[in-house]
Design a protein around this ligand. Structure first.
Ligand code: NAD
Ligand code: ISE
Length: 324
């Protein structure tokens, strides 16, 4: 069976996912696309032989030739398409973030709960990266004791001058929020954001670099260095310090130029797994709407901590049975 996918938003990553679903992932085909930039949607459809270009995301979701939906538009638009996908009973792969506020993420949890099954997977692709998986397996094996600390870094070569400190947390640090929860298998309970001397490459609306700290339920302390204009490459680091050893990502050699190169295999693996689940009629095995909700709530607490300069508690609602 070929899973026919509709893609909403074909900017940088949406176009890459159209390429991936058209040329890399077996058993998938892109049946329809849309973008508020209609010319861009037409150009992507022409390049990859996509049959339909629709005027809106809602039309993509309603198209009977679309079995499953990828949402890769701007973050604030995700909620409306995810809710429409759930209402149509179609599987939805939503790029991070699931939604930009805790309230919007809760509406997604409520819609899935009412539907009685999980239809949504969130694009936290680091969970599919082989090096991150090795780190997780090394910690889970238990032979180096329990985790005590973690050091992470997320360095981007550059970002547009319109990117704010809040965007840096919601768009970039959100990945470390997710991998912290996934690597350690527990929730983040409080956060702190510190701003050191600023890079001369940063715009005035961006605290760059920034150190975001998380404390987890068992007391593990995580520091995440966010640098958005380091120029030399895309450098992602992660080291989990346990009682008698540590597990860490290997150093990039050479350092990749951007996220598309660094996580290329992870995106492919992520989509192969998602398509296999959709084809088999299974609930998605990847990051759930609960994971998307938790990441959004923690990111919101980080934004609060950025402004207050104080440790800030993370308040998650009770996890619905659907996600236990
Ligand atoms: P982008 O600006 O390059 O592309 C977004 C596209 O969405 C644009 O073409 C825009 O015209 C379109 N769009 C906006 N609103 C729309 C709407 N209502 N309906 C249809 N199209 C709409 O941004 P991007 O870098 O491709 O990011 C898109 C999403 O993917 C963001 O949520 C971002 O956080 C996420 N992302 C994830 C990763 C990852 O590593 N998982 C990497 C990059 C981006
Ligand atoms: C981008 O949106 C991503 O999700 C990348 O994975 C991340 O590394 C980058 O910082 C974000 O801007």
């Amino acid at each position: 069976m070929t899973v026919r996918v509709g893609v909403i938003g074909v900017g940088l990553i949406g176009e890459d996912h159209v390429r991936r679903l058209s040329t890399v992932v077996d058993g998938a085909a892109v049946a329809a696309v849309t973008d508020v930039d209609a010319g861009r949607a037409e150009a992507v459809a022409k390049q990859y032989g996509v049959a339909a270009v629709h005027a809106s995301g809602e039309e993509v979701i309603a198209d009977p030739a679309v079995d499953a939906v990828v949402v890769a538009s701007w973050g604030p638009t995700h909620e409306q398409y995810v809710l429409a996908g759930i209402a149509a009973g179609k599987a939805v792969f939503c790029e991070k973030p699931l939604a930009t506020t805790a309230e919007a993420s809760e509406r997604v949890l409520a819609a899935e709960t009412a539907a009685g099954r999980r239809l949504v997977q969130v694009g936290f692709m680091r969970r599919y990266d082989s090096a991150y998986r090795d780190v997780r397996a090394a910690v889970a094996a238990g032979s180096i004791g329990v985790p005590l600390l973690a050091h992470m870094a997320h360095r981007n070569p550059s970002v547009p001058p319109t990117v704010t400190s809040e965007d840096a947390i919601n768009d970039s640090a959100v990945h470390e929020i997710d991998v912290t929860r996934w690597l350690l298998g527990e929730e983040i309970t409080s956060v702190l954001v510190l701003g050191p001397r600023r890079s001369s490459h940063a715009s005035p609306i961006l605290q760059d670099p920034m150190v975001v700290m998380f404390r987890t339920a068992s007391g593990v302390l995580v520091d995440d260095e966010l640098g958005l204009n380091v120029r030399y490459g895309y450098d992602i680091r992660c080291e989990i310090v346990c009682e008698t050893g540590q597990a860490r990502l290997p150093a990039g050699d050479p350092v990749p130029p951007d996220w598309r190169v660094r996580f290329s295999d992870a995106y492919d693996t992520e989509f192969r797994a998602w398509i296999a689940d959709v084809a088999a009629g299974r609930e998605p095995g990847g990051p759930s709407a609960w994971d998307g909700y938790a990441a959004t709530v923690v990111a919101g607490a980080c934004v609060e901590a950025l402004h207050s300069g104080a440790w800030t508690e993370v308040e998650l609602r009770e996890r619905p049975a659907l996600y236990r």
